[in-house]
Design a protein around this ligand. Structure first.
Ligand code: ZN
Ligand code: FE
Length: 259
């Protein structure tokens, strides 16, 4: 059984650990210190590092960790990340034999050019997705290097994963994102309920991550390009009905940038 642990980093990052049989794989170690502290405290052995994209808050700890533990590093082929030993462009299947986990690599360009996500269908009963800065709780990453069409296509690949899949994104952004989700769909009971739950979780210091694909499909405006209320919200920004999912997504993303 694979355990998944969160190491909080910086203001709102999560560094995820996949752990079994005294071994761990670490996802997006933006900072080495919490990872090294975990290894020291637990006696766990590091077996691999997985990177989703090149931003410093995701890979900034690589050099320091690798200096102590020279393990395989999986990362996006399209991005220049020092230390990557296994370059991935999506469609691959990777194995982490020490912890008995297999992951499917999904190309999700948009936030960055080469961004990849890791999906483990057999982690837990429900499966787990490590998606970096692509899909967030009630949100999605900013389009730094990609187009709205790319990001919408990337999110659509995640949206079709099994509904119960646990979503481990890299930031605790859900509460702020819910304020925007409420502005997009003020009449949605699902969004209102989630908003209350998230506010309560945060007030008690609890993480809102992992979330699930099902919850995102119901409440995340960046996956709801087909929902009439979201199309209507996009139309009111655009001044005309959006032609398709990409135009809806682009209008909602643009609105969020100024929200
Ligand atoms: Zn990022
Ligand atoms: Fe980030």
């Amino acid at each position: 059984m694979t355990e998944i642990l969160a190491l909080p980093a910086f203001d709102d990052n999560y560094i995820w650990l996949l752990r079994a049989r005294g071994c761990v794989a670490v996802v997006d170690p933006g900072d080495a210190a919490p990872v090294l502290a975990h290894l020291e405290r637990s006696g766990d052995r590091l077996c691999a590092i997985l990177a989703t994209h090149h931003h410093g808050d995701h890979v900034g700890g690589l050099a320091e960790i690798l200096a102590r533990f020279p393990v395989p590093v999986f990362g996006p082929a399209l991005e220049n990340i020092a230390g990557v030993t296994h370059a991935l462009s999506g469609g691959e299947r990777i194995e982490l034999p020490e912890i008995g986990v297999e992951l499917e690599v999904i190309a999700v360009p948009g936030h960055t050019r080469g961004h990849i996500a890791y999906y483990g269908p057999n982690i837990d009963d429900d499966g787990a997705l490590f998606c970096g800065d692509t899909l967030f709780g009630a949100g999605c990453g900013r389009l730094f290097e990609g187009t709205p069409a790319q990001m919408q296509e990337s999110l659509a690949k995640l949206a079709v994963l099994p509904a119960p899949t646990l979503v481990y994104c890299a930031h605790e952004y859900t509460q702020g994102n819910m304020r925007f989700a409420l502005a997009v769909e003020p009449g949605s009971v699902a969004v209102q309920r989630r908003s209350e739950n998230v506010a309560e979780d945060r007030a008690k210091g609890r993480a809102t991550i992992p979330t699930r694909i099902r919850i995102e499909l119901e409440t995340n405006p960046f996956l709801r390009w087909d929902a009439p209320a979201v199309r209507a919200a996009a139309a009111s920004r655009l001044g005309h009905l959006p032609a398709d999912a990409v135009e809806t997504f682009a209008a909602i993303r643009e609105w969020k940038n100024r929200f």
